[in-house]
Design a binder for this molecule. Structure first.
Ligand SMILES: NC(=O)C1=CN([C@@H]2O[C@H](COP(=O)(O)OP(=O)(O)OC[C@H]3O[C@@H](n4cnc5c(N)ncnc54)[C@H](O)[C@@H]3O)[C@@H](O)[C@H]2O)C=CC1
Ligand SMILES: O=C(CO)COP(=O)(O)O
Length: 309
């Protein structure tokens, strides 16, 4: 591959467009595929060095099977920027991509990256993670710039779970602020939320330290503290007494944490892992409890040592 790459971006939502701008800023040849656009999927990915998917989780399986019917060369690198989990199977997006393309290298791109800030040219950092160091480095070169610092990492599962699981915590943090519970409560929630992410993430096969990096702790700090986060917005408005269907009807964009909470509750049950914050968010999303009741349920649990993975 030469230094100038052909990058096909699948999904013309907020994140796909922001990532396209970053690659274009580094003078790469960028094509964007939108389901509603005039360019076909085959035209978009023709001769692409890198195919990056920024579609929401509900579209990943479909786009993988559409691409499977095209002759994608094995040297093409797939990058997944989706932060979600497949219902029923609990597969991560990179697992779906790798199963669809077992002979291609797959890279996960995840970090504290609120697309609205990136679109405003504000500085940010992210992580590209892969079992293939050379693939991660190629993707790092494509996106790294003085406004977007890109780190490599060799734990794709941990990086992907960090970015995905934190969406549930962003909903919880939004509820916390919607109820005006204060800074102490929010700090406790984010810290215990991270513990919960580590607990299930390590059981899943991820490395513990990955959760203390940009895609775990970093993304918690960004999304739990910013009204720009759609997941935070969902929680904030639930805290203010709106119903989930009212909130989602107005949001008009993806809030992956809503689906992720359900998938996580299912996996935590299967694996016998305690995830009280996630369970509380799920019960709230299902309207089984009020925000105040969810808070009380968390606070009245049995007392225990702080570290009890
Ligand atoms: N917006 C952000 O700040 C960030 C978003 N993400 C993640 O990126 C993913 C996409 O998020 P956004 O772009 O913000 O959402 P969005 O709601 O703006 O866009 C989602 C895109 O996926 C496309 N899509 C869905 N199913 C599809 C299919 N079958 N075929 C083709 N396209 C399909 C939609 O048409 C839409 O363009 C989510 O998993 C999100 O968690 C990750 C980091 C930052
Ligand atoms: O993942 C994100 C920032 O890193 C975007 O968060 P939301 O999907 O909650 O907007």
């Amino acid at each position: 591959m030469t230094n100038q790459k052909t990058v096909a971006i699948l999904g013309a939502g907020a994140w796909g467009k922001a990532l396209a701008t970053l690659a274009q800023g580094n003078t790469h040849d960028v094509r964007i595929y939108s389901r509603r656009g005039s360019q076909t999927l085959a035209e978009t990915v023709e001769n692409a060095d890198i195919i990056l998917s920024a579609v929401s989780i509900k579209g990943v399986k479909n786009i993988v099977s559409q691409l499977n019917s095209l002759a994608i060369p094995t040297q093409t690198i797939f990058v997944t920027a989706t932060k979600g989990l497949e219902p029923q199977t609990t597969r991560t997006p990179s697992q779906i991509w790798q199963e669809g393309f077992p002979n291609n290298r797959v890279v996960v791109l995840c970090g504290p990256n609120l697309s609205k800030e990136i679109t405003q040219d504000l500085p940010a950092a992210t992580v590209v993670a892969s079992n293939s160091e050379s693939a991660a480095e190629s993707v790092q070169m494509v996106f790294n710039s003085t406004r977007f610092r890109v780190y490599t990492n060799s734990d794709p599962l941990g990086v992907e779970l960090g970015g995905t699981l934190k969406n549930v915590m962003a909903i919880a943090a939004g509820v916390c602020d919607g109820l005006q519970l204060g800074t102490n409560a929010k700090a406790a929630l984010m810290t215990r939320g991270l513990t919960e992410m580590v607990r299930i993430g390590v059981d899943w096969g991820a490395k513990l330290e990955t959760f203390y990096g940009l895609s775990g702790l970093g993304d918690i700090l960004a999304t739990c503290n910013s009204p720009l986060s759609r997941n935070y917005q969902v929680g904030y408005q639930l805290g203010q007494g709106k119903t989930l269907s009212e909130i989602l009807a107005q949001l008009n964009e993806t809030a992956e944490g809503v689906n992720t909470a359900e998938v996580l509750v299912q996996r935590a049950k299967q694996q016998n892992i305690s995830m009280p914050i996630t369970q509380g968010v799920y019960s709230l999303l299902k309207a089984e409890v009020t925000p105040r009741q969810a808070l009380l349920d968390l606070m009245k649990r049995d007392i225990k040592p702080e570290y009890n993975y």
